[in-house]
Design a protein around this ligand. Structure first.
Ligand SMILES: *Cc1c(COP(=O)(O)O)cnc(C)c1O
Length: 387
């Protein structure tokens, strides 16, 4: 038993607010009773606000990948060809799922850390005019890159009939997303990142074009049938036993988000992202991402330092958990998550702890340089609150 409090700074799962924990601690409810119907009806409405959509948002009991798989299985036909973008581990997952379902895909490969540009997608769509859907990752969690989703969606619709499908799992609640205004046909997210909940729920919304494609789909599905989920949603219910405990927490988490407003959350995440990036640069380190994300920051570890030592130094001395790199970036980068339930003192805490760990590893910089840069940016938050 250590005396240090455990603090997650990972891009999923993320810290859970106390009021959410309290609700999840209440005694278990039955999923066919009135109380559950009331909660499910309320969260399904509030999820529309989160997605910025008028369409139904379906709640599935599965991790985020289950939501992605549900979309492939429900949207596509065996004969379809789709476009995916591999700019990191999660973009590559779209191709993995398509492969598992025997769906033909063309994959745009980007160097990890780079963002796909709308013109590149349009070039492929012109070369392969029969593409049924483009599968995107709003925020690539393995590299800390956010794509320009609005422009990409506009470019796809202006140049093709392809559906725009987006994994927004590590973006929603922290990075601006407007499903209807941006004409996104399918949006997927999950519970354990910006929603400040435990892992276990995925959320999927389709617009009319998405449902039209779904009506023709001939791929196998049973547990992940979106039509079954939508039919049940009409009765404020789910086809199978849902994760009732997390759905209870969801009611509280969505209330918090509504109370704060998405605009304010997006602004706070912008400030946190700017502050962490400024600190990293002030410490003489560099970012992996060419188009950095406000959900997390991927930091390149210089040759002379050990990535493992930095990560374990943060954990052993401060109880702070950050993530390492994935795939070929293992031991090359570490990733600081700042999407979800974080505040100014959390951001100051992680930067300060990082400075102490870097100093003890022999990295040369003026102690306090990171904090100083971050504070200048973090001031924007308190100033705005008082005005
Ligand atoms: C976390 C994450 C997922 C889903 O992961 P699960 O472990 O299945 O919940 C998918 N895409 C992105 C971009 C993610 O960050």
């Amino acid at each position: 038993m250590t005396t240090t409090r455990h603090k997650l700074f990972t891009p999923g799962p993320t810290p859970i607010p106390e009021q959410v924990m309290h609700l999840m601690n209440e005694s278990i409810i039955h999923h066919r009773g009135h109380e559950f119907s009331r909660i499910f009806s309320r969260v399904s409405q509030d999820l529309k606000y989160l997605f910025q959509t008028e369409y139904d948002v379906l709640t599935l009991t599965t991790s985020g990948t289950g939501g992605m798989e549900a979309v492939v299985a429900n949207l596509l036909c065996r004969s379809d060809r789709v476009l995916t973008v591999n700019a990191g581990k999660f973009g590559a997952r779209w191709a993995d799922i398509c492969r598992a379902y025997g769906v033909d895909f063309i994959e745009i490969e980007k160097q990890w850390g780079h963002a796909v540009h709308p013109d590149e997608i349009v070039d492929y769509l012109k070369q392969y005019p029969k593409i049924k859907a483009v599968f995107l990752t709003h925020n690539e969690t393995s590299t800390g890159v956010t794509i320009d989703l609005k422009s990409i969606s506009e470019a796809i619709h202006a140049n093709s009939d392809a559906l725009v499908v987006v994994d927004c799992i590590s973006a929603i609640g922290g990075i601006p997303l407007k499903m209807d205004a941006w004409n996104l046909d399918v949006v997927i997210t999950a519970s354990q990142k910006g929603l400040m909940l435990p892992p276990g729920l995925a959320f999927v919304a389709l617009n009319d074009r998405g449902w039209k494609a779904a009506a023709k789909s001939d791929l196998p599905k049973f547990y992940l049938s979106l039509k079954a989920a939508r039919d049940s949603l009409k009765k404020d219910s789910t086809p199978f036993t849902p994760a009732t405990t997390i759905i209870r927490g969801l009611e509280a988490a969505l209330s918090m988000i509504k109370e704060k407003t998405l605009e304010r959350l997006w602004f706070e995440h912008q400030v946190f992202g700017d502050a962490v990036r400024a600190a990293i640069r002030a410490l003489g380190l560099s970012l992996l991402s060419r188009q950095p994300s406000n959900a997390l920051t991927a930091v390149i570890v210089p040759e002379q330092l050990s990535c493992k030592a930095i990560i374990s130094g943060l954990e052993q001395n401060f109880g702070i958990i950050v993530s390492g790199g994935q795939g070929h970036l293992k031991d090359k980068i570490f990733r600081i998550g700042h999407i979800g339930f974080y505040d100014i003192s959390d951001i100051i805490g992680i930067i300060s702890a990082l400075e102490i760990v870097l100093k003890s590893s022999g990295w040369q910089f003026e102690i306090g340089a990171g904090i100083c840069s971050a504070q200048q940016i973090l001031q924007q938050l308190s100033v705005r609150k008082q005005s």
